[in-house]
Write a protein that binds this ligand. Structure first.
Ligand code: MF3
Ligand code: CO
Ligand code: CO
Length: 270
């Protein structure tokens, strides 16, 4: 297993990547889309209550995104049919909205990507359905801290690998594992651009960050083992291999002249 992780890391870190530097005009467009994606996560919050079906939340999200003049990027993306990914409990990511009912005590991730005037913004956060256990809360809070620590590594001249190093360090210190089968990505002019953003990496490796780069950081942190399995029926929903809890937060991040800007942060937490 360790060798597998090592090989995956060196593959990504040695890849010759062409990372688009966005123009000020493109950045303004991406910022607007990112803000709408983030506002959508805020809009849906009061509906995330015991008894709601994940497909009902998805329908509300789709209506909100369209009313605001945007398109949901996930709808029709590689055969995905929904406006959001909704991933409860042991679902790591890409949860397909369906008849699943959310229950009190669940934790759930909602991930929204908008296309506004051709620009992409991508963000996700965790919600508590009723009151979660202390155990679940600690995983969620630690995952949010992982994202923040990863973001704080972002500045011109730094290696992208520092982001994954900071995330993994914090997750491991708390006894959690870091998902390595899915990663963050460049974003803005397309849904998924270069570079791949690893959430477990080594300091001093990976591309050098420059002002005008825009990418997501979206760590998935597991209470148990790091590995995932894909639902055989829907082909998308990724669950933890040991059925233990998983949490994720995602921001679209712009590299600025002296650091970073979280384009999807409407909560003011980051
Ligand atoms: N929004 C997800 C991400 O953060 C991607 C979802 S792709 C889908 O990259 F097809 F599953 F919707
Ligand atoms: Co993303
Ligand atoms: Co996303």
């Amino acid at each position: 297993m360790f060798d597998l992780i090592k090989n995956i890391k060196s593959y990504f870190n040695n890849k010759n990547v062409a990372i688009v530097i966005k123009t000020p005009e493109q950045i303004e467009g991406i910022r607007k889309s990112a803000q709408l994606a983030a506002k959508t996560l805020k809009y849906i919050e009061p509906f995330v209550k015991p008894g709601v079906k994940t497909k009902e939340l998805d329908a509300l999200i789709e209506a909100f995104v369209r009313e605001n003049g945007a398109l949901p990027a996930t709808k029709g993306y590689r055969g995905f049919k929904h406006a959001s990914c909704i991933s409860p409990n042991d679902v790591v990511c890409h949860g397909v909205p369906n008849d699943t009912v959310l229950n009190a005590g669940d934790i759930v991730n909602i991930d929204v990507t908008t296309i506004l005037n051709g620009y992409f913004g991508d963000t996700c956060k965790m919600y508590y359905v009723g009151e979660p256990s202390d155990y679940a809360k600690k995983l969620v809070e630690t995952t949010k801290e992982c994202l923040k620590l990863g973001m704080q590594e972002c500045k011109p001249g730094a290696n992208l690998g520092n982001v994954g190093a900071a995330i993994a360090e914090h997750a491991h210190k708390n006894g959690y594992s870091v998902v390595f089968e899915f990663c963050g990505h460049g974003v803005g002019l397309k849904f998924h651009e270069e570079p791949d953003v690893q959430h477990i990496a080594e300091r001093g490796t990976g591309p050098i960050l420059k002002p005008g780069m825009v990418f997501t950081i979206e760590p998935m942190i597991n209470a148990g083992k790091a590995r995932c399995k894909i639902d055989r029926k829907d082909g998308w929903t990724a669950r933890t291999i040991d059925s233990r809890l998983s949490a994720q937060f995602e921001h679209t991040v712009l590299i600025t002249e002296n650091g970073y800007e979280a384009l999807t942060d409407v909560y003011g937490d980051f």
